[in-house]
Design a protein around this ligand. Structure first.
Ligand SMILES: [Zn+2]
Length: 239
């Protein structure tokens, strides 16, 4: 009896397997959602945010704008591998609270108190005209060691708008503005100093060659003063 049933049992099993197999084959493939780390912010910014930003109509200096009259740089760009400029308006901490201004019309990408060695940091993206001689589409400025911040991430800012005040990070330094300019957004905080300066731009050189069209001829040559190396300790710098 059992032996006679065997072919039928095997047939039923084969049909069951076939049915299950067909059923599986009809299921849609599992959808693979992109993981968070697959979304590159720099690409997202270039594609979706940058086209929405105002195009800059020129740059002024971040301290004592438009011409930086009365401002002084204690440690310049590329000096001792410095990735920025250390701006002052008075000796020691006498410039604590000196207003700091946006160098152009832009969009605040970050305004965070990192404490530690950086303190309060504002970063602003500036969209350049398409025919800019620098061949860049955007530059990002970093305003660091601030005592106060008066903008938030996502704010639109105008050239010459106050964004905060010069600080000393709770006494870590003598008050100054550590000011960097980068050739793209998303380079992060960085280390402030590096033997390699690719990606970082000399702020004063860039600003002096990108002044607004309305700038009086006499102001086009304006540049912040430079402190002799021997006097740096009297001013504020990252040392
Ligand atoms: Zn610095």
């Amino acid at each position: 009896m059992l032996r006679r049933l065997t072919p039928f049992v095997l047939l039923a099993l084969w049909m069951a397997l076939l049915w299950i197999g067909l059923d599986w084959s009809q299921r849609p493939p599992a959808t693979v959602l992109p993981r968070e780390r697959d979304v590159a912010y720099v690409d997202y910014f270039a594609r979706y945010l940058l086209p929405c930003l105002p195009v800059t109509s020129g740059f002024d200096y971040p301290v004592r704008p438009p011409d930086a009259k009365g401002a002084l740089i204690a440690l310049g760009f590329a000096e001792e591998n410095h990735l920025g400029e250390d701006w002052n308006t008075a000796l020691g901490d006498k410039d604590l609270g000196e207003p700091v201004y946006s160098i152009a019309d832009g969009w605040v990408t970050l305004a965070v108190d990192f404490e530690g060695m950086w303190g309060k940091v504002v970063m602003i993206a500036y969209r350049l005209p398409e025919k800019d001689a620098s061949q860049l589409s955007v530059v990002e400025a970093m305003y660091a060691h601030l005592d106060t911040m008066t903008v938030k991430g996502g704010n639109f800012v105008k050239r010459g708008q106050p964004i905060g005040t010069m600080g000393n990070v709770g006494g870590v330094y003598k008050a100054h503005l550590h000011f960097e300019l980068r050739d793209q957004i998303g380079r992060g905080l960085g280390g402030g100093f590096s033997e390699r300066q690719e990606g970082w731009i000399s702020p004063t050189d860039f600003i002096s060659t990108h002044r607004p069209a309305s700038t009086p001829t006499a102001s086009l040559q304006a540049k912040p003063a430079k402190a002799p190396a021997a006097q740096r300790a009297k001013w504020g710098f990252d040392g």
